[in-house]
Write a protein that binds this ligand. Sequence first.
Ligand code: DOR
Length: 443
Amino acid sequence: MNDNFDLLISGGSVYLPNNKIEESDIGIKDSKILAIGNLQNKKYKTKIDAKNLLIMPGAIDSQVHFREPGLTHKEDIFCGTKGAVLGGITTIFEMPNTKPSTTNKEALDEKLKIAHKHAHCNYSFFMGAAKENIEKLGELERIEGCCGVKIFMGSSTGDLLVEDDESLKKILSNINRRVAVHSEDEYRLRERINILESDHVNVSFHPKWRDVETALNSTKRLLKIAGELNKKIHVLHISTRDEIELLKSYKSFATCEATPQHLFFKSPECYETLGTLTQMNPPIRDESHQVGIWKGVTDRVIDVIGSDHAPHTIEEKKQKYPKSPSGMTGVQTLLPIMLNFVNEKKISIHDLVRLVCVNPCKIYNILNKGEIKVHNDADLTIVDLNKEFNITNEWIASKSGWTPYDNFKVKGFPILTIVNGEVAMRENQIVSEPLGKQVKFAI
Ligand code: DOR
């Protein structure tokens, strides 16, 4: 057997599947992990010294909006995935509210074709549920390169919307994979739209319009339908402590996500200091909800951290509320912000690895990723837990060019991003051509 490695990563603190961190070498060949252990007497083409660095399984961001095709003045797959690897992310799942929306095989194939050429990290795309494709979703969710179906129960950016229980029941009856859901009650949003007619309206009205009940009612309806039909759901970007309390009792079929921004920002402060830059759906709410979501993280109600990277240009964001669109960048800052929380002791490194590496694989049945073990894909995020870095707009690779964390200093930072056995990012530089591959699933 030819034991030569393409890449030998030497002496790093390796995060192993038994949740132990051990000093070890990793040998990589043909984009796979070939060996873990003391490999000092083996041959290799390239060697990286990882002494004093933590080697995590490649981090996965299972909620990004990369806007291509159709909205590429905000973002595209090339720049979005560049931001991903600069931030230590090796795999992304992209959302269907592009232009056109991703609601059929042709639209999904178009994204796969672009990603094949331009993606710096591994990728998969959601199929959007619409009233017109309900009957076909069972077939569409099984297309290779698709990570599952996404439902918008409340309207957000784009025109994807399935607001009524009858359609939701039909969708869930037709599909078998776990469905990702934007859970806000469209009927309540419509009922309360007059809140925005006030002369004094400003962005602090956003969580009043899209209130706690809006999120909670929708999640209750969804849980009831999924429970009756025995289907698996994933509730995206939880924004209320109330949903955390509710979801506790439904872990057998319902998983859920928190975003770094719901853990980091709170109202009214975020609206006073950053205005519409922190406007998103569902909204950032007051401290009691932030505390509730944190409790969801520590109590293991939250299953994954996803960024909901949703770029808009600064000109679009600076429009007067409610004209300003909802969403902020996040794929590049997800890991730095969460590693900073590790240093602040708000979350353990074990919980972080579970939330951004292990669980996305379990929830979506991703093959060969999420753990550092022999035969798995060589996707690795190499981190210096002591490195300090000042996040700035200039650092952001997104076409939109801004971050709500501008000038926030973090401690804990990704130093190297290894995608399919190749160094994609080294010390803040992109050092390879796009080398992302389509994610494979067991379905
Ligand atoms: O704030 C948001 N922006 N929430 C979403 O669900 C969609 C996203 C976007 O695509 O802009």
